[in-house]
Design a protein around this ligand. Sequence first.
Ligand code: NAD
Ligand code: LMR
Length: 338
Amino acid sequence: VNLIVSKEPIRVCVTGAAGQIAYSLLYSVAKGDVFGKDQPVNLLMLDIAPMMGVLEGVKMELQDCALPLLREVVATDDPEVGFKDCDVAMLVGAMPRREGMERKDLLAANVKIFKVQGQALDKVAKKTVKVVVVGNPANTNACICAKYAQSIPRENFSALTRLDQNRAQAMVAEKVGVPADAVKNCIIWGNHSSTQFPDVQHATVEKNNQKMSVIEAVKDDNWVKNDFVKTVQTRGAAVIKARKLSSAMSAAKAIVDHVRDWWFGTPEGTWVSMAVMSDGSYETPEGLIYSFPVTIDSSHKYTIVQGLTINDFAKEKMDITAKELQEEKAMAMEACQD
Ligand code: NAD
Ligand code: LMR
């Protein structure tokens, strides 16, 4: 049986499709890295009117890749066309931060995009649509998007903190001297911003066929609490400073990881970090899009990992990032009034 022919295509929308993250992301989606090598996809590419010429070029290149899984490719500046009956929406489109800017500087301009897109998703997307917000401030944009898409379940909205998780994992792997996949269960708590808390208290590493805790393997409490946390928190800014552009290859890779795990589930005994609607777990205020460790089953349902011990150091850091998210949410609600 030719599975590629037998499966119905799914509809995947990527916004900001003419931008730099999308340039890597679209290729990965179209060649089966996210939904599997037997799942055909229709790509719906959304950007703004002035970018339609560039987007046509991206469409030509996608066609020229001659990818067997790629069926229909739509390029549009109309959210109601881009989100029509879509199964998955990757909301990348927004203005990126430049050198010296904090994420808050972007807030007023970018949240309004997510109000409009929430309304459009509400109107035309499938009610089962899975949404990942990447455009910054990602958590707060996701919160606004969900608010304006009341007919879609809250748990279908997420924001990307997988890039931060990948950064944390790679940094620990380098410190311990193992490949990146030998490190498991690093956690990102809170906001995708410099207040996030990268936590390795519950993480494990496998070295020389022996599994141990990261704390035990690193043997450097000062590094875990200071250098490590700070470097992960400020990695986005460091990339911007060096490249004069925000991270794109690594961001696209993280989106692939996030959506693939949401689609297929997480392996037994491992969890991943996703910013999702807080239900009050770990005393976080309800209604914020806060990054938690989650496990995901084979029917796309995630569950926030419960029962992890939170020490005073972690609690303090988790509260700081929650407070920032509350402030961002208040500012975003105000910006959406006008
Ligand atoms: P980019 O400027 O190269 O591309 C952004 C694209 O979005 C542009 O083509 C722009 O025209 C488009 N766009 C703007 N408004 C739009 C709208 N209303 N609808 C549809 N498209 C719209 O930027 P990039 O480097 O691809 O980054 C995109 C976003 O992702 C930025 O906000 C950036 O800060 C963010 N980002 C997030 C993470 C994360 O981990 N969450 C990581 C890296 C970058
Ligand atoms: C990143 O983490 O690389 C992006 O969110 C870019 C930024 O503004 O930090």
